[in-house]
Design a protein around this ligand. Structure first.
Ligand code: ATP
Ligand code: ZN
Length: 337
């Protein structure tokens, strides 16, 4: 059975299996989805462990791609990602990876075409699809903001309730202003939204910004933040409800958690006079408690502990003041808490 789904950028023909999903009318955007003849079926075969692979969509080429691939490799997944691949099959985990346009990923997850996806929260918000956000991933940080020309008389979004707004996020903009009680005219533009106000096309824009430099270059200033965004791992609710899939999603989540926790901490080793221990323990209490090993010199100990990256330099200064010497710092690769 086939189902036609109208979706941002085109119409998807979805027929049961991912292998037969392809975009039939791109309307200017989108990739050609793999179909049965391109061999994706191979990826649906059972893995050596007997599991049906999970399917995960990631951005094929863009701002999220490198960090996404780095994360997947850091959690131990082995797969090829070079060239113009449409999909990869993990050699050591029941997971198939589909490379797509980021705009299409919320739709794929929402429809259950894939079980999982890595995508900016901004796109989940825009598409308003029914998906479960499982974890923020700590990259792709940006904000969806309302911005106006620096010398325009607007300082609050409430002044724009019946204004003209240019955006590539029309649904997010519409919803935001509707909640404020307004119905501005929304002009959907797919690129260079920032030039719309200076061209006289719009009074304000709703656009993503990370550093604010593009806004600044176009004489724009943000006056409100609609959404704080980063890349997230999201899942189709039915995948979460399927015990076999859920077990493998939990395995992936555990690994992602370990990689993220490792980034939050540094491993510290130092020597200290025994008398300094109470002060040192108060500064770096460790994950449970520090490891304390006597040195060959009487009255001295070595202290091994973990310290949060955020408080790192401040802790080091206080440790030195408390009498710690020979402080050795190393990064962690994985940390299972
Ligand atoms: P695609 O070809 O996949 O459609 P794109 O050009 O639409 O890609 P990118 O510019 O690669 O998308 O952005 C992908 C995601 O990166 C955004 O949806 C957003 O979550 C995040 N992002 C981080 N910083 C920025 C920024 N300064 N501008 C736009 N997106 C950003
Ligand atoms: Zn896109």
């Amino acid at each position: 059975m086939s189902l036609l789904v109208r979706h941002r950028g085109g119409v998807l023909l979805v027929s049961g299996e991912f292998a037969e999903c392809r975009q039939i009318d791109t309307g200017g955007s989108g990739i050609t989805m793999p179909d049965a003849t391109t061999g994706f079926k191979q990826t649906l075969s059972r893995s050596p462990t007997g599991d049906l692979p999970l399917k995960m969509a990631v951005q094929r080429s863009g701002r999220l791609t490198q960090d996404t691939l780095d994360l997947l490799h850091a959690i131990g997944l082995q797969f090829e990602s070079y060239g113009q691949r449409l999909f990869s099959h993990c050699r050591n985990f029941p997971l198939s990876i589909l490379y797509g346009r980021d705009d299409d990923i919320p739709g794929y997850i929402g429809l259950g075409t894939v079980d999982l996806g890595i995508v900016g929260r901004n796109l989940l918000h825009e598409e308003n699809v029914l998906v479960e956000e499982l974890a923020p991933l700590g990259f792709g940080y940006c904000e969806l903001v309302v911005a106006t020309l620096r010398d325009a008389p607007f300082t609050r979004p409430e002044q724009l309730l019946d204004a003209r707004i240019a955006t590539s996020y029309p649904e997010s903009a519409r919803r935001y202003f509707r909640e404020l009680g307004g119905r501005p005219e929304i002009i959907t533009i797919s690129g260079s939204v920032e030039v719309a106000p200076s061209l006289g096309l719009a009074d304000a824009i709703v656009e993503l910004t990370a550093t604010g430099s593009t806004l600044l270059l176009n004489d724009l200033r943000p006056i409100a933040t609609i959404l704080e965004s980063q890349a997230v791992l999201a899942a189709h609710p039915e995948a979460m409800a399927d015990p076999a899939k859920r077990a493998n999603i939990d395995r992936l989540m555990m690994r992602i958690g370990a990689v993220q926790a490792a980034k939050r901490y540094k491993y510290l080793m130092m020597n200290a006079p025994e008398a300094a221990l109470p002060a040192i323990r108060a500064i770096v209490p460790g994950l449970k408690a520090p490891t304390i090993v006597p040195l060959a010199d009487p009255g001295w100990v070595a202290v091994h502990t973990a310290v949060e990256e955020d408080a790192f330099w401040e802790s080091i200064e206080r440790l030195r003041a408390a009498g710690a010497t020979e402080i050795l710092v190393s990064s962690l690769e994985k940390l299972l808490l």
